[in-house]
Every structure is written in C-alpha cells, then in structure tokens.
Write a protein that binds this ligand. Sequence first.
Ligand code: PA5
Length: 431
Amino acid sequence: MISFNFDHTKPFLETEKVESATKRAELALKHVQNKTRKGPEWLGWRSILEQPNDALLEEIHNVAVSVRSQADVFIVCGIGGSYLGARAVIDALSPEFSQNVPEIIYAGHQISGKYLKNLVNYLEAPKADGSAKQVYLNVISKSGTTTETALAFRVLSSWMHEKYEDAKERIFCTTSAQGGALNKLIDKNGYKKFVLPDDVGGRFSVLTPVGLLPIAVAGIDIRTLYYGAVAQFNEYEENPKELLKYVATRLALYESGKAMDMIASFEPELSGIGGWMQQLYGESEGKNGKGLFPVLLGYSTDLHSVGQMVQDGQRNLFETFLVIDKTNQNLSVEKQEDDADGLNYLAGKTFHDINQKAFEGTREAHVEGGVPIISIHFDKLNEENLGRFIYMCELAISVYVYCLDENPFDQPGVEAYKKAMFRLLGKPGTV
Ligand code: PA5
C-alpha cells in the first residue's frame, strides 16, 4: 500500500484554502474521468488499466524470458519518458552491486560520443571466461525521430549488425504504430516491434511495452507491477479522497507562493523513482509561466550539499518525502569494546532505524525552518506498491495540471531547444 502524511503542511496552510483547492481538484478529476478537458486524446494511460491486456503482458514476459536466457547485456536506448520509468523500477527493485545478468545499460539519453565509444569498447571486451558478450538492444522512441536516441541507435545497431549474423533477432523496437524513422528501419530490417499506443504520452508510458520490456528483462515481475496499478486505479475510481487531498495540498502550497517541490528520500533505491516523478511532473506542469519546479534530492547526501539552502535559504519551497516504512535490510550496528568512534550508543539498532530517525529529525528541522512537508509512504518496496505509486503520480499530476487550466499531456517547451539545435546543425528544412 501507499499512503500520505499531510500533518507537516498544516502549520503553513489555512484549512479553508485546502478545502477550496479540494473542490477544484474534485472537478478536475471528473474532467479526467469524463475526458472533458484539454488533451482528452492522451488518456490511454487510464484505459490500459481499465481493460488490462493480459496477452500483451504474457508476450512481453515470454520475450523477456528468452532474452534473459541468452543476454549478458541488454541496452535500453531512449530518452525522457522513453527510459526513465524503466530505470526507476529497475533501480528500485535490483540490489546494488549485484552484477545481475543481463546487465542493463542505458544509452540514447544524451549526445556523448565518449560515452558511446566507451560503451562499444565495453561490449567488445570479452567476458572473464574469454567468450564474447551476448548483447541485445531495445530502442524506444514514440516519435521515432528523437535525435539523441536515433544517433545512439545508429551507432549501436551498426555495431550489432557487424558483430552478429542474427542482429535482427537481437534488436527490439518500441515505437508508435505508424510514422517516424524508426518504423522505416523496422520495415527495412525486420526487427521485432512493440507498439506504444497513440493515446499514451512518453512520460505516462511506463506500464506499456516502453517500460515493461526492459523491466521484465531485468527479472522483475511485470504482472504484479501492472496489477498494482490496476488495483490503485480501481480504488481511486471508488474513493479518491486521499489523492484529492494530495493534489489540493500541493495546489494550496503553490498558490501560497511556493515555487519548488523538492522530491527527497533517504533511500538511495528510490532515486530513480524520484527522477521519473521529476520528469512526469516537470514536463506536465511547466507551462505558460506556471507550475512547481520539481527538484530531486537524495538524503543524507544532499543534506551535506544543498541542505543549508533547504533549511535556511529562500522560503519558496516545500518537500515531498518518499518513505519506505518496512525493509528487509537488517544490517545492525555492532558493539565494540573500546568504543573509539563513540558509536556504541547505537549498538543493536539497524541502519533502517537510524535512517528513519535521520528522516524524522530532518523533517522536524525543516518544518522549524519553514518548509512544509508532504510524505508519501510505501509500506514496503515491491512490484505491487510501485505499480500503485506510478498510477497515483500519473493521476495526481493530471488532476493538478487541470487545476492550473493547462494541458498535462503535451510538452511544447521541449521543442524550443530542438528547433535551435537543428538550425545550428543545418538540418534540412530548418535553415
Ligand atoms: O514524455 C514525453 O513525451 C517525452 O519525455 C518523451 O518521452 C521524450 O521526449 C522522448 O520522445 P520519443 O519517445 O519520441 O523519442
């Protein structure tokens, strides 16, 4: 389950403001449900949960099982909504330093020749037993034309065609049903294709083949993830009270002058989830001079970096803490005879207990420093709860952006840099 704690926003918000924001959120939710506001053609992230496609889940699972039985490396080539969701779930559920096979590597999310060159060198290098690495590639681009992804795919697919006779069996493409350069390459080379439905935007696509194929290849149970989201969908259709309170609190904070939503966690495995949320929120709400700037913070690390700013800088921010209540991790502090480091007072406590106190202490200090805090709790971190969380965020941001009277599903601002870059590069038709 996931739950919220709004207690630490109360000193900063008048009850009437939250109540009136709740009424607006209720109305906005109806518009999402009835498809009566901006961007109704982009609400497919809801219909895929209303009518789950079990055959598709099965197909993705089977492809993933086959890839897992052969691959040493699986490359996920995409940018923005085309890779952040997969990365978030994989990072959340895979142990650090585990040397999982296949190793998941990301590409196509920047334009670094050095990165790509070093990646190809790494793929070329034999394994410890002297044999060649078996590499599989998943390129993901809804438009099929995104420069960063397309450039990386050109380099990596060329390498694969040189290296493997069966390259076309090792390359999987996820894109729109029609259009875009990627569909031309699929037709030309016969790659296996997964379709991202037209009515699902990139940042809302983690529960489509965009996210599900890489997540399944990482060995994560996509059915439980997916059905966690379905359960959350059904629960909110029945009773959206908590969701509306979350949206209303965020809205009331924004309208009281807050400019930044600091998404923070004391659990490093949630940093990918925070990054996914940052993109989902930022690209959905930053329009026409409106919106909260979502900032990702990893604690305790950032308490020793921008912590001073959060505690004592300009009071234009609030925090959204992502919290894991229970963990299987049970490393405890051991007692030492001489207590030279003075840590025996912690002997017997688990690191989770100590981290929890670090969270509570930080919350206390930040509230005293004038920072309102919303906490979102996972009772434990697993597939089901991540599915629930994903849907909660998708619905919350859509309702919130409707309250701002904007379209949550487009991203016109992202075109500005592309236009200038294409002109500077001399792309045909742009100069
Ligand atoms: O959320 C979005 O729509 C964007 O972040 C896209 O996912 C991102 O720009 C990549 O686009 P594409 O999948 O077309 O390559």
